[in-house]
Design a protein around this ligand. Structure first.
Ligand code: PLP
Length: 442
């Protein structure tokens, strides 16, 4: 008789990976981990959910975790990339995502970046009327190979977090649709440029409820219909819906689902499913956050002014938003013993401190956890997006290693390198070390 056991959950895989990582001494003194099966599951959920919309190009927002092996892994799963800088473009191209597999969004594209995108056939979303004028000169008389569009700010308002809300009245992103005269100017812009065929919207990132994202999509859909009516043909053929689906950082539950989001979109604009438009998506956090976690050794512990403090290596260099805006970006923290297993014992409020030289460098404050000791580990959950991929170079701290992992049905864990720790030699080079040999100025 054969027995089939239930497939391992994300939580099971993480527990197994944590003990294997401790066993193999991969946390030295800090490392990021990516559950590759978790990423694959998120991609599957995404593509299934959007199937009713017909032709959809899914991209991952490279800013969320633009590590080359991860982009290549996503590329092999059929996910392209949204890039917003020459660096992100170069990494994505190195990972094999080139030309039409990239979408270039940024409010500050240089002429060189635009020229590169046009030469490669990379899609571009122009962010301003001034950028459109640059595109006029670059496109010239030959029809471009790139899909070219315009990012519109639908001005539907902010979500819960001001700093990541991009559809406010005065946002720096896109062309503000409701500002006086802009609707007419947009209609004219499309009328004069038959090569403009796309509208782009990205309402915000985390803290924006699906209904707000859908309001932004509804606004650009309405504008596309108006442009097409004026043109007398279907000039706008695709809508780039951006990213922004929020993530639940309070538990292992996935939070809002892609299927729920698509249902919200279709409730708001049923005709999105009529096949007349192709679509692009640019999710970052919802694709990756839940599949990543960050582990740091506890180096020392202290008791100061009545507070227990665990001094770790995980501070603002890997978690800038959490440290600087803890009210908006709290993380779940787990306490692990030296074997990587969940630590047991009575819970005591503790500050989880990072190594940076400012007092506020705390990953968590007064968090009830079994009392940590040197040699233990802490794990910061749901950090697969915008954490270990977005380094802040204060105190010349190195970027930590990142390991991908898979777990066999029997529970064997295999690690694959995604990034190694920055070496001291690389830190010296980053600090201008190459110029030490130059003759002194003057
Ligand atoms: C233009 C654009 N697209 C997509 C994203 C990804 O957003 P999220 O990670 O919330 O899905 C961002 C994030 O800031 C963005 O600016």
């Amino acid at each position: 008789m054969t027995t089939t056991s239930a497939p391992l959950t994300r939580t099971d895989r993480r527990l197994l990976a944590l003990t294997a990582a401790a066993d193999r001494r991969l946390v030295d003194p800090m490392a990021g981990f990516v559950d590759l099966e978790g990423v694959r599951e998120a991609v599957e959920d995404l593509t299934k959910a959007f199937a009713p919309l017909g032709r959809v190009q899914h991209t991952v927002a490279a800013k969320a975790c633009g590590l080359a092996p991860l982009l290549r892994f996503l590329g092999e799963l059929g996910i392209d990339a949204e890039v917003a800088s020459p660096g992100e473009t170069a990494v994505a191209e190195a990972a094999g995502l080139r030309g039409p597999r990239l979408v270039l969004d940024s409010p500050a594209k240089t002429i060189a970046e635009l020229a590169h995108a046009l030469a490669e056939g990379t899609a571009v979303n122009a962010d301003s009327f001034q950028e459109l004028a640059r595109l006029d000169r670059l496109v010239g008389a030959t029809p471009p190979r790139s899909v070219l569009g315009v990012r519109v700010n639908p001005q539907v308002g902010a979500g819960r977090i001001g700093d990541t809300s991009t559809a406010t009245a005065g946002s720096k992103f896109g062309i503000p649709l409701r500002d006086h005269g802009n609707r007419g100017l947009l209609l004219e812009s499309f009328a004069h440029r038959p090569w403009l065929t796309r509208l782009h919207v990205h309402v915000g990132s985390q803290g924006c409820p699906p209904e707000l994202l859908a309001a932004g999509v509804a606004a650009v859909h309405e504008l596309a219909e108006e442009i097409n009516a004026e043109a007398g043909y279907r000039q706008v053929t695709s809508l780039d819906l951006g990213g922004g689906l929020p993530v639940d950082f309070t538990s292992d539950d996935p939070g809002p689902t892609y299927a729920g989001y698509v249902a919200t979109l279709l409730a708001r604009v049923p005709s999105l499913a009529d096949g007349r438009y192709a679509f692009v998506t640019e999710f970052g956090r919802s694709l990756l956050a839940k599949s990543g976690f960050l582990v740091s050794a506890v180096e020392y512990t202290k008791f100061a002014g009545g507070r227990h403090i665990a001094v770790t290596h995980a501070g603002a260099q890997v978690a800038a938003r959490t440290v600087l805006q803890p009210e908006h970006w709290p993380l779940r923290i787990g306490a692990l013993d030296p074997g990587g297993r969940p630590k047991t014992g009575p819970e005591v409020p503790q500050d989880i401190a990072g190594p940076l030289c400012f007092a506020g460098d705390l990953l968590a404050r007064q968090r009830p956890l079994p009392l940590l000791e040197p040699g233990d580990f802490v794990v910061a959950h749901d950090t697969g997006a915008y954490y270990f991929g977005a380094h802040y170079a204060y105190n010349t701290l190195p970027r930590p290693a990142v390991h991908g992992f898979t777990v066999s049905p029997r529970g064997d864990v295999g690690f694959t390198p995604i990034r190694r720790t920055q070496t001291l030699a690389e830190l010296v080079a980053d600090a201008g070390g190459e110029f030490l040999e130059a003759p002194p100025a003057g």
